[in-house]
Design a binder for this molecule. Sequence first.
Ligand code: 10G
Ligand code: SF4
Length: 316
Amino acid sequence: MTKPPLTLYLAAPRGFCAGVDRAIKIVELALEKWGAPVYVRHEIVHNKFVVDGLRDKGAVFVEELSDVPSDRPVIFSAHGVPKSVPNAAEARNMIYVDATCPLVSKVHIEAQRHAEAGLQMIMIGHAGHPETIGTMGQLPQGEVLLVETPADVASVMVRDPERLAYVTQTTLSVDDTAEIVAALKARFPAIIGPHKEDICYATTNRQEAVKAMAPRCDAMLVVGAPNSSNSRRLVEVGARAGCAYAQLVQRAADIDWRALDGITSIGITAGASAPEVLINEVIEAFKQRYDVTSEMVETAQENVEFKVPRVLRIPA
Ligand code: 10G
Ligand code: SF4
């Protein structure tokens, strides 16, 4: 039987960012240095396949530091942690390695710097997300106000409208955030923001590539996990940029083939925590059913790399 033709657009950049790469490397090097078990507080990155792979090598994933025995090393996930977490680890004399992405740590420092200068902080982010909890947790409870929407900006109660600053989560929708920032600036003209926004290069680049790809394809799949914020943003960006069907899939088995019936083009991308092996698995699944012609939609090139902490650069 002849296969139907399909143009497969592949977004670039897609998949792993430098912060994810570094965080996974940190767990692998920690296992080499200290042996199993090495504990990881929260999923090192939001991807079940990555987490399962590291668990097989001896990593133990827990949600709270209190679940880690004091005599085993613990890694903090790439999303960052409130200050209370390393403080508690130090109080218990634990070995800990912070895998917080340096671009998230930069936001933590920003928030602290503004607070020290006497400004009240507003964070643009998603309630309950570990990065938001981590960034807000750089300052005492109640010090950072969270806004998620322009409507929140309209109702937020501040101490002094003349002495405000804002930071953002790094994985937000660039366009939605611009609207929230505009609302903040309209209500509080004196508010101070980051020199360049806190949304990171990887988030920005992946969303740009989706915007270029989405109007060209009948359907679009984002490889990523349901708890991966940046991956979910890519689905939204794709739908808004004109793709009639945009869906998140964890791997090939999740593809709803019936929903794709009749398509002649498909766009594929992946969130910053999705490994290339899963993207390839999805591409292969299309190749089995269609006569695929591939085309890359490349809107940027990336060459960012972050070093692992010094303690893991020294052999055991
Ligand atoms: O997109 P989120 O923040 O949910 O995380 P992820 O693990 O899916 O992707 C990597 C991004 C981070 C570590 C947050 S800076
Ligand atoms: Fe770092 Fe951006 Fe990746 Fe988050 S998404 S880990 S901030 S590079």
